[in-house]
Design a binder for this molecule. Structure first.
Ligand code: BES
Ligand code: MN
Ligand code: MN
Length: 453
């Protein structure tokens, strides 16, 4: 297999670059046609890799690509999941090269989606091709690549319910997460959940002269800032009543294990060029970014932001607020707690509106399962080092739903790095990581089939 990968090295990369040229931004309707183009490209490459079939399935939103190679009903079945949609590339001016014209620099592929998740799910298509071309496939393979992960996968739940029988599998393999470093392999054993809301604070019925009315009526921007500031106390605890009620606290042993992962606070600060870290009192940076819930403003706007100065009391202010959730917290419940609390802290001088966006449940996977062992063995074989289990801070909303609807656990065998700039300008993916993934995935299949015997 290594020989086959080596012989096809350039083509494997060029095919990914072609996929990266398609601006499949799910959030922005002006790219709707590119979403379809990306789906067609993925379908065609799955067929070319040797699948029995691959098709595009329409949904109420962007289409899902599904393909399969079923070789023997007696063998275990692995479902591969990934997403062909990407985050918006804005702000374009901060990119050193155009986001949808991939370039290779310093052994890295620069483009929106290079790591999240095109570069990572494409490794699976090339691994499938490699296994089929070298007669080494040891499992049945199903592959589902969706187009709405970055906007919350809200139509995928319906798809999974409708096609439950078609998607039936023994385990799910996903490459959409990170490792600690190229010489410190790791496997994420958890994901945080998410609740995302948009709030509006409304003052007077129109914008007002800030001299004539200023000091006498509420300024919605000032009020919104005060309300947001009050959502955390001076120790970084979230003040929404009931917010922590269901949060699972780690045992001292679990905390020790979690904090044993290599982490250098000075290096972390230097890399981000920050004077200090900031977070919830009593928890380490590793804990704050994985097993503790958060509340963050993702965007805030209102009033005059054009050139020069305008003396005005705006009539409205808005913010987008997200909360990352940890095991036992429920996204709908937290959304309700937030809404009730936010409405209750608004002074009578303003009205507030809270509109929920998407959400998702947190997820954890055990490290004593056959599929985790298979991933561990695969990574140990390809990296030459046993991977460390870590808890991820990001969210992949469908993973908890897979568990509920398909009754199986997902293995988060990702190959990205924290420096890949996911969702940010100059996103990139290491060439090393791309090929390492293509090498490691067939080893997962090999070990999984052996362990399942
Ligand atoms: N691949 C990421 C999630 C991720 C990144 C997990 C790095 C672990 C390490 C995924 O594409 C993502 O960005 N998810 C969103 C979910 C949301 C839009 C519903 C997230 O985490 O913000
Ligand atoms: Mn992703
Ligand atoms: Mn993402």
């Amino acid at each position: 297999m290594l020989d086959y990968i080596d012989k096809n090295r350039d083509r494997f990369l060029n095919e990914l670059l072609d996929l990266l040229r398609i601006p499949s931004v799910s959030a922005d309707s002006k790219f709707k046609n590119d979403m379809l183009k990306a789906a067609e490209y993925v379908r065609d490459r799955i067929l070319e890799a040797g699948a029995d079939r691959a098709e595009i399935y329409e949904t109420a939103g962007h289409p899902v690509v599904y393909g399969e190679k079923l070789i023997d009903p007696a063998l275990p079945t692995v479902l591969i999941y990934g997403h062909y949609d990407v985050q918006p590339a804005d702000p374009y001016e901060l990119w050193d090269s155009p986001p949808f014209e991939p370039v290779i620099k310093n052994e890295r592929i620069y483009a929106r989606g290079s790591c999240d998740d095109k570069g990572q799910f494409y490794m699976h298509i090339k691994a499938l091709e490699t296994m089929l071309a070298t007669n080494s496939l040891t499992c049945n393979v199903k592959i589902m690549i969706e187009g709405e992960e970055e906007i919350g996968s809200s139509n995928l739940g319906t798809f999974v319910k409708e096609y439950q029988e078609m998607l039936k599998c023994d385990t799910i393999l996903i490459s959409d997460t990170s490792i600690i470093a190229n010489d410190v392999p790791s496997i994420e054993t958890g994901l945080r959940g998410l609740t995302y809301v948009e709030v509006e604070v409304i003052g007077a019925n129109r914008d007002l002269h800030s001299g004539v009315y200023g000091g006498g009526v509420a300024n919605p921007i000032n009020v919104l800032c005060e309300m947001i500031a009050s959502l955390k106390d001076k120790n970084g605890h979230i003040t929404i009543p009931g917010f922590y009620d269901k949060v699972e606290e780690l045992t001292p042993d679990q905390r020790t294990a979690l904090n044993a992962a290599p982490f250098d606070l000075e290096e972390y600060k230097n890399e981000l060029q920050i004077g200090d870290v900031l977070g919830e009192e009593g928890y380490t940076t590793i804990e704050r970014t994985s097993v503790r819930p958060t509340l963050d403003v993702n965007g805030i706007w209102g009033g005059y932001i054009g050139e020069g100065a305008k003396t005005v009391l705006p009539s409205k202010a808005n913010a987008k607020i997200s909360m990352r959730l940890v095991p036992n917290q429920n996204d709908d419940e937290i959304c309700e707690l937030f809404t009730k609390h936010f409405e209750s802290i608004a002074p009578a001088s303003v009205k507030v509106k809270v509109v929920p966006h998407h959400g998702g449940l947190p997820y954890v996977t055990p490290t004593d399962s056959v599929e985790y062992k298979a991933a561990e063995m695969a990574m140990e074989e390809s990296f030459g080092k046993k991977p460390i289990p870590t808890r991820g801070g990001g969210s992949i909303p469908i993973v908890a739903l897979f568990e509920r609807e398909l009754g199986c656990k997902s293995i988060l065998m990702g190959f990205g790095l924290d420096i890949d700039n996911l969702h940010s300008p100059n996103e990139s993916y290491g060439i090393f990581n791309y090929y390492k993934g293509i090498e490691t995935i067939p080893l997962f299949f090999k070990h999984y089939a052996e362990l399942k015997k």
